[in-house]
Design a protein around this ligand. Structure first.
Ligand SMILES: Nc1ncnc2c1ncn2[C@@H]1O[C@H](COP(=O)(O)OP(=O)(O)OP(=O)(O)O)[C@@H](O)[C@H]1O
Length: 273
């Protein structure tokens, strides 16, 4: 269940990876108070990037900028630039519905809709224009298989999703997001509300989504051991003078074994944090 560092992409592959999303001088403010400032980094494609750092350093705030969920928070403003291919994500002209289909979010607390297991997946598909019911059913089966839930729920697809265990609910939420075929998955501490067994299953799933399906995944985690097991790249955020800053962003092997920054060194060695 738990994975060794060998699950991470090897050094040669890391050198070949192209940036998928370019983030330049990104800052986020809640009612003029900065949560984090001046973050510049490129998210490599088909890889797992972990965001780590002590509580309150702006990790979740960073994540919500990337598909403009930040628009939904009153008093929240974002400045800087985020480029995804030809799309300028922060442009007022960007279509946020289409954007959130391309960039899906998995939250810390699994949030299935209070409806059947099957409808949890077919409902968003209908909303996004998948009209053919056989096609919707095929997608349900495919994504439930992708998250390893099909054999557990195939005989109870009409049961309310709220009857599932915490780990099953989280995998259903991941399946619901996968059904819309996003390019990027944002995960905000997806395992922290789960027991260790369920957490291991979701961790394995995250690795499989990158290895088998080439997803680009950005995951916020408090769990350094988890970041070490699954991340190809890791970013450390830290609070400086009341505001989050990006301290270091590097391939995971370098980040954990030979970081450039003294703060990163102290953090990965458990001296800080
Ligand atoms: N909706 C909000 N309104 C005002 N301030 C907020 C809001 N959400 C977060 N903050 C503040 O922004 C700062 C960064 O919070 P954020 O949740 O992004 O940090 P984090 O690193 O994800 O923390 P944690 O690891 O505890 O989840 C904190 O000072 C927090 O109190």
């Amino acid at each position: 269940m738990t994975k060794s560092i060998h699950n991470n992409l090897d050094r040669h592959k890391i050198a070949e990876i192209q940036p998928l999303m370019q983030i330049h001088q990104l800052s986020l403010f809640y009612n003029q108070k900065p949560a984090f400032k001046d973050v510049t980094l490129s998210i490599p494609q088909n890889s797992i990037t972990a965001i780590v750092g002590a509580s309150g350093c702006g990790k979740s705030s960073f994540l919500i900028c990337l598909n403009r969920l930040s628009d939904l928070i009153p008093g929240c403003t974002v400045s800087g630039h985020i480029q995804l291919g030809t799309l300028n994500i922060l442009s007022p002209k960007a279509n946020t519905t289409a954007l959130r289909r391309r960039i899906g979010t998995i939250f810390q607390k699994p949030n299935p809709f209070p409806m059947s297991i099957k409808k949890n997946i077919t409902f968003p598909l209908k909303e996004h224009g998948v009209k053919d019911s056989q096609q919707r059913h095929n997608i349900v089966e495919q994504v439930l298989k992708d998250v390893g839930l099909w054999s557990e729920v195939k005989d109870r697809l009409q049961d309310n999703a709220l009857t599932l265990s915490g780990g099953q609910k989280q995998r259903l939420c991941i399946a619901r997001t996968l059904a819309l075929q996003p390019e990027i998955l944002l995960m905000d501490e997806p395992c922290s509300a789960l027991d260790p067994i369920s957490s291991g299953i979701v961790e394995d799933l995250i690795l499989r989504l990158r290895q088998k399906y080439n997803y680009t995944i950005i995951i916020v985690t408090h769990n350094l051991a988890q970041a070490k097991r699954i991340a190809d790249y890791t970013a450390l955020f830290w609070v400086d003078k009341g505001c989050g800053r990006l301290i270091e962003f590097a391939p995971a092997e370098q980040f954990f074994n030979a970081p450039n920054n003294e703060l990163t060194k102290a953090y990965v060695n458990g001296i800080k944090g």
